[in-house]
Write a protein that binds this ligand. Structure first.
Ligand code: ISE
Length: 335
């Protein structure tokens, strides 16, 4: 029997998750969608092969026909909607961020802990990318020795007009924040942010790029160039330097052409293209967890921890200082 999924939010990510669920996730069926934008919702419902359309997300969450919920609505709606899913006892896949602030993330954590069972999987899809998984395996095999540096580059072609300077941390670099915790298996302990001159290609009011320097509990240094107006394409790089060797994220497969005396490789346009495989893998894992009665993968706690560090980055830009980060140890549900 297929898991009946309801999708809240049919914008860029919601529509993409619907397409992925339909094309690449056996065992799931999108039976309902919700969006205040009727036309967009109808289009998404058609893409799902005739799903029911709701305008009110809570109606979808409460519907007896819906077994599990995907939340891809605007950031500030995540907290109340995830809480509604927890109250209904339904497994939920929530796009990052878990909630708009660390304090709000903690409220979600508390609600899940109170239920005593993991129902929330967060959309940190890069953990499902084979390249990052290979880096983690290499580190764990011991071949490169103890880690010293993690160098990261996070470039987007362009940012939407509503993208704020704070979102550079909470929306973009939050992926590297999560990866640093997951890959190195240690909590982050401080954040410093260096600000070069702003790119003339950034939209007015957006301070872009930034250079973030994090430290973890093993004194590994993690640097992240975050540049969301890079123009030429979507480019994600990562290298982990150890005492005896290094391991790097492989470049994505790309069409290469040779013409007019030059070799030309295509660069992905955005994250949906670059991480398509990871998006499918995370949703397959979530559906499998839903079938098994307890979801795994990136947790509400991971969402909270990442948000705490993103907020420290923002504070670091205001004061120019290194901001210490200290996280309490996670409740037993997340260990
Ligand atoms: C976006 O929300 C994502 O999650 C992408 O992975 C990231 O590269 C981009 O910067 C964010 O805005």
């Amino acid at each position: 029997v297929a898991i009946a999924v309801g999708v809240v939010g049919t914008g860029v990510m919601g529509a993409d998750h619907i397409r992925t669920l339909v094309e690449a996730v056996p065992g799931a069926e999108v039976i309902a969608v919700a969006d205040p934008d009727q036309a967009r919702a109808l289009k998404a419902a058609q893409a799902a092969g005739g799903a029911r359309v709701h305008t009110e997300p809570r109606e979808l969450i409460g519907s007896a026909a819906v077994n599990a919920v995907v939340i891809a609505s605007p950031d500030e709606t995540h907290e109340p909607l995830v809480l509604a899913c927890l109250e209904a006892g339904k497994p939920v896949f929530c796009e990052k961020p878990l909630a708009a602030t660390a304090a709000a993330c903690l409220r979600v954590v508390d609600a899940e802990v109170a239920r005593g069972r993991r129902l929330v999987q967060l959309g940190f899809m890069r953990r499902f990318d084979p390249g990052y998984q290979g880096m983690k395996r290499t580190l764990e095999s011991g071949t490169i020795g103890r880690p010293l540096f993690l160098h990261c580059v996070h470039r987007n072609r362009e940012a939407p007009p509503w993208f704020t300077s704070a979102m550079l941390f909470s929306d973009s670099a939050v992926h590297e924040i999560d990866l640093a915790r997951w890959l190195l298996g240690r909590e982050l302990t401080s954040a410093t942010v260096h600000t070069p001159r702003s790119s003339s290609q950034a939209h007015p009011g957006l301070r872009d790029p930034r250079f973030i320097v994090l430290r973890n509990a093993d004194d590994v240094i993690i640097d992240v160039e975050t540049f969301v107006s890079a123009r030429y394409g979507y480019d994600i790089r990562c290298e982990l330097v150890g005492e005896r060797g290094t391991v790097a994220l492989p470049a994505p497969p790309s069409v290469t052409s040779w013409a007019a005396g030059a070799e030309r490789r295509e660069v992905p346009g955005d994250w949906r293209e670059r991480f398509a495989g990871a998006y499918a893998a995370e949703l397959r894992a979530w559906v499998a967890g839903t079938e098994a009665g307890e979801v795994g993968g990136p947790s509400a706690w991971d969402g909270y921890a990442a948000q705490v560090v993103a907020e420290a980055c923002l504070e670091a830009t205001v004061t120019g200082q290194t901001i210490p980060v200290s996280l309490p140890s996670p409740p037993p549900l997340y260990r």
